[in-house]
Design a protein around this ligand. Structure first.
Ligand code: HEC
Length: 156
């Protein structure tokens, strides 16, 4: 009985709360719809994913050169995630990414798991070709990524 009373009091307390005002941030303001649009704009589309991917593409190469296989694995996983999140924002690029996600990345990942340097460079090249094939398919053929031979990572 005592317990029931306590529960009733708690329920009554909640029920008496004034209706909650929608939260306004410092810059995420406006109607609910305007706020969502603003957040979407700031997340940006596929270009943001590509920004991240191009950094990781270079680090991945350096990791392979340095035989830092764990660091290479880390970048492969992050590249995959960045592209998948990019595709959630821009599903129109999904079909063109299929070879990259289903063939190029897993094969390179296998070379890394096997700690096989020769295969790593072979599969890295295959991935590079796959990056550019997608650019071609998505009307960005002018973005031709090169092998980052002279890139120097700050990670050993
Ligand atoms: C969907 C297939 C697709 C794949 C796979 C892909 N890209 Fe892209 N990439 C794009 C598109 C589309 C853009 C243009 C994005 C935009 O700005 O809207 C782009 C833009 C870029 C840019 C220019 C970014 C900037 O500064 O604006 C770079 C660099 C780039 N990609 C590198 C890569 C690398 C490296 C890989 C492979 C590891 C890769 N991309 C894989 C579709 C792809």
């Amino acid at each position: 009985m005592k317990n029931l009373l306590t529960i009733c009091c708690i329920v009554a307390l909640y029920a008496c709360q004034p209706p909650q005002e929608p939260v306004q941030g410092d810059w995420i303001t406006g109607t609910e719809e305007e706020k969502l649009e603003k957040i979407e704009d700031h997340f940006q589309g596929f270009g943001k994913a590509m920004w991240e991917v191009s950094y990781r593409y270079k680090e991945l190469y350096a990791a392979g050169k340095n035989k830092n296989w764990e660091y290479a694995e880390h970048h492969i996983e992050e590249i995959e995630e960045a592209i998948e999140l990019g595709l959630e924002r821009r599903p129109k690029h999904a079909e063109a990414s299929e070879h990259f996600l289903n063939v190029a990345l897993p094969e390179l990942e296998k070379a890394i798991q096997d700690r096989d340097s020769i295969l790593f460079f072979e599969k890295y090249e295959q991935m590079r070709v796959s990056c550019n094939a997608c650019h071609q398919m998505r009307d960005h053929g002018f973005i031709k990524v090169k092998t980052p031979e002279f890139y120097e990572s700050i990670v050993e």
